[in-house]
Design a protein around this ligand. Sequence first.
Ligand SMILES: Cc1cc2nc3c(=O)[nH]c(=O)nc-3n(C[C@H](O)[C@H](O)[C@H](O)COP(=O)(O)OP(=O)(O)OC[C@H]3O[C@@H](n4cnc5c(N)ncnc54)[C@H](O)[C@@H]3O)c2cc1C
Length: 469
Amino acid sequence: MSGKACVIGAGPNGLAAAIVLAQSGMQVDVMETESTPGGAARTMELTLPGFLHDFGSAVYPMGAGSPFFSSLPMSEYGLEWIHSPAVLAHPLDDGTAVMLERDLGEASESLGVDGIAWDKLVRPFVERWVEFAPEVLRPVSFFSRHPWLMAQFGMLAVQSAQAVSRRFRSERTQALFAGFAAHSFLGLDEPLSAAFAIMLAVPAHAVGWPIPRGGAQSITNALCGFLATLGGKVKTASRVESLATLAKYDLVLCDLTPRQLVRIGGSKLSDGYKRRLGLFRYGAGAFKVDYALSDPIPWKARECLRAATVHLGGGFSEIAASEKAVRSGGHADHPFVLLAQPSLFDRTRAPAGKHTAWAYCHVPNGSTVNMLERLEDQIERFAPGFCDCVLARCVFSPADLESMDANLVGGDVGGGVLDLRQFLFRPTWRHYATSAHNIYICSASTPPGGGVHGMCGYHAAKMALSRLK
Ligand SMILES: Cc1cc2nc3c(=O)[nH]c(=O)nc-3n(C[C@H](O)[C@H](O)[C@H](O)COP(=O)(O)OP(=O)(O)OC[C@H]3O[C@@H](n4cnc5c(N)ncnc54)[C@H](O)[C@@H]3O)c2cc1C
């Protein structure tokens, strides 16, 4: 394929799209507003010198399990996945923690009375991850290469997390499942919330929940490094203000959310299409804090130190109440907190003997409420003395997040709500295509949605190339 293509935005999806286009032989320029590529996959010294923090994403089940990333020689470009001994810790008020082991046999054993139920729920998809991942990380299709597998998943996925959690007898396993489901930003009694839980639980055993050595930036650097060998160029500090300025390109792929696309679209996009983009709904935001720590987090349940990711929120009903509050426009008194402690497993993240932590909770889109005290209360609840270890912190309100990456509209980390409607029509029924024959959208606001997997960019570029031919 000859010709010139422009990708707007050097997030993981923009870079994935650029690689697919460059692999086809096109000459590709990637325009990025910020001074560093990566979008929500960047690593920075946000607190003190020598402490490296992931500004956005931090833990990568979908990155490690991405069919597209897996096809690239990322390790030759410096990407090294680190697996913590346990995938996940979920501490509880009795001073113990539910630990999720990566090995499915060990996990089932440690989940006791629910071991068999857990195994039954995830094993069909864990064992067939290589077939399952490409099917779920693409637009929904009624034609599948693996209809039986996908029918099995579909029957579970449309349910609420609450309904699926009834398979478990122990409140501990129900709490664990709630933590997975809360990643959905949906109410835990809403259809599809179970899909998220399963989509995160399955890779926990199939590919793990690894962190990259050196942080999120290592993923971006590997993508940029490989793109460069294909002749692609990333132009940082180059904000695209209007699609009209890109007339010299045969193809334009936009790693943007609908609101931004409307803003720069002008007469290149039809009024009807822009109106439909205007109906796109953004999801809840994140209130995030990065910490420089003098010591590892003093968990009551010491086994939490075995996992890079920790879910803080207590039992199923408390996590469900936290997510319900946010979904109905409020702020939880006891928010569900997602926490990562990468420096325990990656010594490059902090000066010798010191540590970093990354934590966020969900808030309504665009919220201006300061959740710091509530978020830290949740950490202290399971790790008394945590605040005494804090050397410095960097707090991001939803607006702060958006100011660092324009795609994080109102602090929405997933590129838009992923409820049933926006699951099927994301961002419109056209998916990656727009009203203009040579302009496509390729961000997390397209299928399969949020996460660092590059599959939105991959599918958008494939569609663009097939139509160009
Ligand atoms: C706090 C937080 C935590 C997260 N945690 C995880 C996690 O642990 N694991 C995971 O897999 N995912 C996580 N995510 C989600 C994941 O990071 C995103 O879904 C993913 O980065 C989306 O990729 P993208 O390429 O679509 O968009 P982005 O990564 O947002 O990149 C978009 C890029 O476009 C650029 N841009 C925007 N407008 C313009 C313009 N006009 N001109 C030029 N450039 C422009 C932006 O500067 C940005 O670099 C998290 C996100 C956040 C914010």
